[in-house]
Unconditional design. Structure first.
Length: 193
């Protein structure tokens, strides 16, 4: 079983690479961003609350996303493992994830951090915003706010996973296939448990 975290700033390519990795490794894909956008599309109370935060480039409250992930883990008892895409994003989320996995007698195998420079992130997100219709993808001020939130609240998790010897840096510039190759090379070296 592999439980993998795909980590990186907004627009680093977490969603892009997750889509490829789940096909190759048959893991369950848990993207908190996708789950939240699903709630918004369905017009749920949670979705309406989340949208207010997302539209400002802010993180959604920890208790909301932790509960979402806990439910999804319970819904996939026999899975070969999980790819966590965009989760955890805060220290509280990381600690909660460790506890949830421990309850299931498992743990994070590795955290792969995609490194991409800010100007490239902005270029990619604006590019995606032209087709995605995502309200958080079009305004450069909001995009910069998302990057600021990442630097303030999410980037410190690198030290959390370094302390567990699970942090692996991955070059996030370049061709999507090349980045996928780098990720697969790392995953293929993981011990299976
Ligand atoms: P997410 O949905 O996680 O969105 P993201 O960080 O923008 O996306 P990602 O890194 O997956 O980028 P992608 O591959 O699509 O979060 C959105 C919001 O939800 C957050 O701001 C927050 O408000 C909320 N949220 C989500 N999770 C939360 C949590 N745990 N706690 C609190 N709040 C939470 O790539 C972007 C673009 O780049 C695409 O167009 C892609 O085609 C392109 N691209 C990818 N790789 C490329 C490459 N190598 N070269 C060129 N272009 C590339």
């Amino acid at each position: 079983m592999h439980n993998i975290i795909l980590f990186g700033p907004p627009g680093a390519g977490k969603g892009t690479q997750s889509a490829r990795l789940i096909k190759k490794y048959h893991l369950v894909h848990l993207s908190t961003g996708d789950i939240l956008r699903g709630e918004i599309t369905n017009g749920t109370a949670l979705g309406l609350e989340a949208k207010k935060m997302m539209d400002q480039g802010l993180l959604v409250p920890d208790e909301v996303v932790i509960a979402m992930i806990s439910n999804k883990l319970d819904q996939n008892p026999g899975s070969k493992g999980f790819i966590f895409d965009g989760f955890p994003r805060t220290q509280a989320q990381a600690a909660a994830l460790d506890d949830l996995l421990l309850e299931k007698a498992t743990a994070i195998s590795a955290m792969y951090a995609l490194n991409v420079e800010d100007e490239e992130l902005i270029r990619r997100i604006i590019g995606r915003g032209k087709d995605s219709g995502r309200s958080d993808d079009s305004d450069p001020v909001i995009i910069r706010k998302r990057i600021e939130e990442y630097n303030k609240k999410t980037a410190p998790l690198i030290d959390y996973y370094k302390a567990q010897n699970k942090f692996v840096a991955i070059e996030g510039h370049g061709d999507v296939d090349e980045i996928f190759y780098l990720l697969c090379k790392q995953i293929d070296q993981l011990p299976v448990f």
